[in-house]
Ligand binder design. Structure first.
Ligand code: FES
Ligand SMILES: [Fe+2]
Length: 415
C-alpha cells in the first residue's frame, strides 16, 4: 500500500504533500497511466500515425447508403476527409475526398446522392467546384475541362483517379475502412471479438434509426474509457437501479481479445426498475429478453446491445483536447412500425439527447480534462482493480493500454 509521506517536523497526516502527490503509484506499469497521454499534442500526433491511421475503423452503416450513388462524407477521418459511395453496381467504396488537381475537398455535403443535381456540377459525378474536374462513383476521373489544350498528353484522366481506401462491410452491416494499404484483412483485426455477438448482428439486416454527433472537449481516450470500465456504475442512476441491485451482477464476465478488443458478457437487467421503463421483450436474434452485452473495439468503437436496441459509438479524434463522437441506434430492418417505435423509446431512455446515461458520461470526461490542464503537472490515473475478470475489474482498461503500448513502443505510465 502507498504510504503517506511525512515531511520532517510535521505531524503525520493522511492528505499528501506535493512530493507524495507527484510520486508514482507503487503499482506495476500496466496498472496506471500518466496524464500526459491525454494532454500532450506530440503524443496525440504519434497516436494518429501509429494507431489511428493503421487500424480498421467503422465509418457508417450500410443502411445510410440504401440506393446506388448514395454517399456519406466525413470532414475528418484520422486528419483526412473521406467519402463513402455506393456505386451503380451497389458496391460500397471509400475514397480520400481530395481532388488530385490542387487538393481541394471535393464533396462538401455530409450525405446525399450523386444523381441529384447540385449547382457545382454534373449530378452523376463527384465534381470539384474549384476547376470542375469530375470523378465517378468508382473513383475514375471522367472530366478535365480543356484537358488537351492545357495538358496535351502530359496529364490525362486515366492517371488522376481518386485514392481508394480499403473498405469492408461487416459486423452488423457497418462500413469499415483503413487508410493502411498494408494492413491485414478486417477479420484479422477483429479476430474472434465479435463471435459472442455474431447471431445478434449478422442473422438478419439491421437498420439505423438514430444518429447524433457531438464535439466534446476532452481527450478521446477518456471518452472510450467510460465504455471500458464499469466501476463507474456508481455514476449512473440507471445502472444502479436496474443493474447493480440484480443478483449476480458482479459476476458478469469481462473477456479480452487480441489487438486490444474487450467484451463484457451477457447479464440480465431489471429495466422495469427505471421509472417509465418496462421490461424489454423485443430483442435481436439470439439475444434473451432484458439482456445486455457490450463490445469495445480498439482504438475507439463500442457496440452496446441492450436487448431491444443496439448503440454503436464511433470516435474521431480532432486534437488532444477534442473528439467528435458519432452515436448510432439500430434495430432490425424487418421491424414493424410498432416494434421500431418501442426500440426508439428504449434507446432514447438511456442514450438519446434526453436520455439518462449519455450526459453523465459527458460530464465526467470533460471534468477530467479540466483537472489535467497543461502545466498543472502530471496526474496518475489508476486502473488497478482486479476482481477475477468480472465487471468491476479494470482489465478492459489494461487491455486497451497493453495494445497502446505495443503500438507506441512504451507503456502509457511512462509516455
Ligand atoms: S482543385 Fe479540384 S479541380 Fe482544381
Ligand atoms: Fe458510463
Amino acid at each position: 500500500m502507498q504510504e503517506a509521506i511525512q515531511v520532517a517536523g510535521s505531524r503525520p497526516r493522511s492528505s499528501r504533500t506535493s512530493q507524495a502527490w507527484n510520486a508514482r503509484p507503487q503499482l506495476p506499469d500496466t496498472h496506471y497511466v500518466d496524464s500526459a497521454i491525454y494532454t500532450d499534442p506530440a503524443i496525440f500526433a504519434e497516436e494518429m500515425e501509429k494507431i489511428w491511421r493503421k487500424s480498421w475503423l467503422p465509418v457508417c452503416h450500410e443502411s445510410e447508403l440504401p440506393d446506388p450513388l448514395d454517399y456519406r462524407s466525413l470532414g475528418t477521418f484520422s486528419n483526412t476527409p473521406i467519402v463513402v459511395v455506393r456505386g451503380s453496381d451497389r458496391t460500397v467504396r471509400t475514397f480520400l475526398n481530395i481532388c488530385p488537381h490542387r487538393a481541394n475537398r471535393i464533396v462538401r455535403s455530409p450525405s446525399g446522392n450523386l444523381g441529384v443535381a447540385e449547382p457545382s456540377g454534373n449530378p452523376k459525378n463527384m465534381t470539384c467546384m474549384f476547376h470542375g474536374w469530375q470523378f465517378d462513383a468508382t473513383g475514375r476521373c471522367v472530366e478535365i475541362p480543356r484537358e488537351k489544350a492545357g495538358y496535351q498528353e502530359r496529364v490525362c484522366k486515366a492517371g488522376v483517379g481518386l485514392r481508394e481506401i480499403r473498405t469492408e462491410i461487416a459486423h452488423g452491416g457497418f462500413v469499415w475502412v483503413t487508410l493502411d494499404d498494408d494492413a491485414g484483412p478486417l477479420a484479422d483485426f477483429t479476430g474472434n471479438a465479435f463471435d459472442f455477438m455474431a447471431s445478434e448482428l449478422d442473422t438478419e439486416p439491421l437498420e439505423i434509426f438514430h444518429y447524433q454527433k457531438s464535439l466534446v472537449k476532452t481527450n478521446y481516450k477518456l471518452w472510450h474509457e467510460t465504455s471500458r470500465e464499469f466501476y463507474h456504475d456508481y455514476l449512473h442512476y440507471h445502472n444502479r437501479a436496474t443493474g447493480m441491485l440484480q443478483p449476480g451482477y458482479f459476476d458478469r464476465k469481462y473477456t479480452v481479445f487480441n489487438n486490444g478488443h474487450a467484451a463484457t458478457g451477457l447479464t440480465t437487467i431489471n429495466y422495469e426498475a427505471y421509472d417509465g421503463s418496462k421490461e424489454r421483450v423485443l430483442t435481436f436474434p439470439g439475444m434473451p429478453k432484458n439482456g445486455w452485452k457490450q463490445l469495445n473495439i480498439f482504438p475507439g468503437c463500442t457496440y452496446s446491445l441492450r436487448a431491444s436496441c443496439l448503440r454503436v459509438s464511433v470516435m474521431t479524434p480532432i486534437s488532444e483536447n477534442e473528439v467528435l463522437i458519432e452515436l448510432r441506434g439500430l434495430g432490425l430492418k424487418a421491424d414493424t412500425a410498432a416494434e421500431r417505435e418501442q426500440r426508439i423509446l428504449d434507446h432514447d431512455t438511456i442514450w438519446g439527447p434526453f436520455g439518462r446515461n449519455l450526459h453523465e458520461d459527458l460530464l465526467v470526461v470533460q471534468q477530467q480534462k479540466v483537472a489535467m490542464q497543461p502545466g498543472s503537472g502530471s496526474r496518475f490515473l489508476l486502473m488497478a482493480r482486479e476482481e477475477n475478470e468480472t465487471i468491476h475489474d479494470e482489465i478492459g482498461l489494461r487491455s486497451y493500454y497493453a495494445e497502446w503500448a505495443k503500438r507506441m513502443g512504451r507503456p502509457a505510465s511512462r509516455p
